[in-house]
Design a protein around this ligand. Structure first.
Ligand SMILES: Cc1cc2nc3c(=O)[nH]c(=O)nc-3n(C[C@H](O)[C@H](O)[C@H](O)COP(=O)(O)O)c2cc1C
Length: 305
């Protein structure tokens, strides 16, 4: 059975990856699975400077979903280069490094520092970050603004030949328009969705549950929304689409691929069960066998409508 898929010039061993922020830096999961079986590991987002993240509590369970407001807590790119990247490079899996920043300058500086090292297999630029130009543009997040999206992606494109993936927020009226902007900027692929904004309320205390009041919703609750977003984008761009949102089973993987995803990322499922990835990949392989599909890539966009 052929599981390989290509993004840019990179061939990945299979289309089932693990999503940023839900798999540590990979090595933490070494006791639970053979990392060599993973299609790709996307690291937790790293920024130019260390970030403390949001006030606690930062995670709350909701029916069929998880609400988090981690706030991109990380130790910064210099710590990542020194302490994390050397370990990652030893792992027998494709590594995609997720970077972010408040504006173009910060993102380019972060990428520049990273690219002083041996380049990773791909960079995923997390554009679902608060936008420092909010006052001028009215856009709260970078990937709510098509112009900022295109500008940042095209600047990164000039800096590197390594595969470039733009990760988008679903918190927009027309996610396909933002995906087109990322494509125009030269992204090799777009990944979606990041979490949906939401909140949880403690009626007894009459308070929001999260320290940051607002968090991002992930898990099965968002799968139907994410499937639609992936299909909308697939119908609107030529670059590969990477589907994310509530994948818990191999059938979920197939659903995203039918809607147009070339690859997918598993997020919250890893937090619920560190063995989830292995099960999901095995279930997806069984699906392909049952459907007599010998190349995983042949599933992309095959939804009958
Ligand atoms: C606890 C937690 C931390 C996350 N951290 C990041 C992050 O650092 N960067 C990023 O791009 N996405 C982050 N995400 C979003 C996931 O990568 C993914 O896009 C989202 O959770 C939807 O997929 P899922 O429903 O399978 O979890 C995080 C999600 C969770 C639940």
């Amino acid at each position: 059975m052929g599981l390989r898929i290509k993004i840019g010039k990179v061939t990945f061993p299979n289309p089932v990856w693990v999503a940023s922020g839900t798999f540590g830096s990979g090595e933490e999961f070494q006791d639970f699975l053979d990392l060599g079986t993973i299609g790709a590991v996307i690291t937790k987002t790293v920024t130019l400077k260390a970030r403390e993240g949001n006030p606690p509590p930062r995670i709350v369970e909701t029916p069929s979903g998880l609400l988090n407001s981690i706030g991109l807590e990380n130790k910064g790119i210099d710590h990542f280069r020194k302490e994390v990247y050397p370990v990652l490079r030893e792992l027998k899996t494709k590594i995609i490094i997720s970077i972010a920043g408040a504006d173009k300058k910060e993102i380019l500086k972060c990428a520049g520092r990273l690219l002083e090292e041996e380049p990773p297999d791909a960079i995923e630029v997390n554009l679902s970050c608060p936008n420092v130009t909010q006052k001028a543009t009215g856009y709260r997040l970078i990937s709510q603004d098509p112009r900022a999206t295109e500008r940042i992606v095209s600047s990164l494109r000039r800096e590197t030949t390594c595969a470039l993936i733009a990760k988008l927020t679903p918190d927009v009226t027309d996610v396909a328009a933002i995906a087109r902007a990322a494509e125009a900027g030269g992204a090799d692929a777009v990944s979606l969705v990041n979490t949906y904004p939401g909140m949880a309320v403690d009626a007894e205390d009459m308070k929001p549950v999260l320290g940051n009041v607002i968090g991002g919703l992930s898990g099965p609750a968002i799968k139907p929304l994410a499937l639609k977003a992936v299909r909308d984008v697939y119908n609107s761009v030529n670059v590969p689409v990477i589907g994310i949102g509530g994948i818990m089973t191999g059938t979920d993987v197939a659903e995203f691929m039918l809607c147009g995803a070339r690859a997918v990322q598993v997020g919250t499922a890893n937090l619920a069960d560190p063995g989830a990835y292995t099960r999901i990949l095995a279930e997806f392989k069984l699906y392909l066998k049952r459907k007599k599909i010998d190349k995983a890539g042949a599933l992309t966009g095959r939804l009958k409508t």
